[in-house]
Design a protein around this ligand. Structure first.
Ligand SMILES: O=P(O)(O)OC[C@H]1O[C@H](OP(=O)(O)OP(=O)(O)O)[C@H](O)[C@@H]1O
Ligand code: HPA
Ligand SMILES: [Mg+2]
Length: 183
């Protein structure tokens, strides 16, 4: 679905499909260099990261494996509950693995901060983070993120995997959701 197909639900088109494609390609070149010769395990955080994982993994010119974890803290609202629940754990043992977490967005940072300490306790060789979007003004915890697609304003966004109450995930780009839709 195009951003223009839900124009009335958005206050702004923030990032187009083409901008996402080209930024993922840029970051992929960095990552190919940084991880040359390594066996990388991409850990996608369901459900939001499905689109970015699919495009990023196919853009990479190095072999990788992929696993998924499902966590949820937003439910059907626009504010983090602060409580992160594991809905599905990894199938892979992380002991000694080179892990790259793939996320759609870092907002308050609460999800990733919780996830990082959870995954670090499993003794991987290294863990880094790749996120398509980040909201610097919303950060409630500091997280060291190695690969960031776009820093965006502190507003609720949808599209390209990101939902409001499970809707809008299938938009090709990212837009700011009109407050009238959720208030
Ligand atoms: O930095 P934070 O404030 O913690 O927010 C970021 C997290 O919130 C979203 O997940 P959500 O809980 O909505 O689950 P979903 O991916 O299934 O939509 C998003 O995909 C991140 O995982
Ligand atoms: O801005 C957002 N949009 C959709 N899901 C989210 N999860 C955290 N922040 C957001
Ligand atoms: Mg969500």
């Amino acid at each position: 679905m195009e951003l223009t197909d839900v124009q009335n639900d958005l206050t702004e088109i923030l990032i187009t499909e083409e901008q996402i494609r080209s930024r993922i390609a840029e970051l992929s070149r960095d990552i190919e260099r940084d991880y040359a010769g390594k066996d990388v395990l991409l850990v996608g955080v369901l459900k939001g990261a499905v689109m970015v994982m699919a495009d990023f993994a196919r853009e990479l010119k190095i072999p990788v494996t992929m696993d998924w974890m499902a966590v949820s803290s937003y439910g059907s609202g626009t504010q983090s509950s602060g409580v992160v629940r594991i809905l599905k754990d990894l199938d892979t043992d992380l002991e000694g693995k080179t892990v790259l977490i793939v996320e759609d967005i870092i907002d308050s940072g609460l999800t990733l901060s919780w996830l990082l300490s959870n995954l670090r306790s499993r003794n991987p060789e290294s863990i880094e983070i790749f996120t398509l979007l980040r909201k610097p003004e919303a950060a409630r915890v500091e997280i060291d993120v190695k690969y960031v697609g776009f820093d965006i304003p502190n507003q609720f966004v949808v599209g390209y995997g990101l939902d409001y109450a499970e809707r809008y995930r299938n938009l090709r780009g990212v837009g700011i959701l009109a407050p009238a839709v959720y208030s």
